[in-house]
Design a protein around this ligand. Sequence first.
Ligand SMILES: Nc1ncnc2c1ncn2[C@@H]1O[C@H](COP(=O)(O)OP(=O)(O)OP(=O)(O)O)[C@@H](O)[C@H]1O
Ligand SMILES: [Mg+2]
Length: 268
Amino acid sequence: MSVTPALQLVNIHKTFGAGTINENHVLKGIDLTLNPGEFVTVIGGNGAGKSTLMNTIAGSFPPDIGQVVVNGHDITELGIYKRATHIAHVFQDPSKGTATRLTIEENMALASRRGLSRGLRAGVKSEDRIKMKERLAILGLGLEDRLTTDVQFLSGGQRQALTLLMATLRRPDLLLLDEHTAALDPKTSAMVLEITEKIVREEKLTTLMITHNMEDAINHGDRLIMLHQGQIVLDVAGEEKNNLTVMGLLDMFQRASGDHSASDSLLI
Ligand SMILES: Nc1ncnc2c1ncn2[C@@H]1O[C@H](COP(=O)(O)OP(=O)(O)OP(=O)(O)O)[C@@H](O)[C@H]1O
Ligand SMILES: [Mg+2]
């Protein structure tokens, strides 16, 4: 019996500003199948359509054509909030993933209710606190001793680590990471990536991670895809991915895109 894919994208097209002078055909027939637990890094130049692809999966807007199927369920028409129970989306900006004026424990309490009852005050029981401390300790940042600290007082890296933990508190079917370490300094970025790797592997999360860092794209994940002008121009896994180098990747990108200046846009 074959395994049901965690994600199937079938012929996804998206055009912004259709019929106007700003018409922009951003996604041009994306087909992608992810197996459960697969960790895929996504690269591509500015404006290639990476975030648009993720937004389409998360339900920010429907595709014009095509289907988004998660664990065998066609969710193409499902609204963003209904999907939030199943799909976690983490962004670049550390202030986006957490409620900065609430404490760490209030944020954790809200995250644990994601997709359930909305509008409730983030009350925290003592048994919840024990579980929260256990989860926070995984990060290795000492946040387990700061449950009542407002998130606004945390550093960018601490916030992103907390965001990641919150996004995965209720195990999502899909984890979407849109340059979630790009706003951090190199050392903090490496720390958050290490935490990402740990959570993704321990929870066996099906994950798409966009990055502009070629080395991170090579060193993390089981598979690497490259987008160029709204199409997947490269899809490598296994040995081929393990053997990738930054130079080799840039070379492949130039050949795949047929554009000799393209690698510059990839590196920006
Ligand atoms: N909501 C929107 N409305 C109109 N145009 C949009 C919208 N979102 C994205 N675009 C356009 O779609 C194109 C692709 O943008 P997208 O954000 O997907 O690129 P990207 O690959 O994520 O680039 P970057 O690496 O710079 O983040 C761009 O030309 C962008 O201006
Ligand atoms: Mg983007």
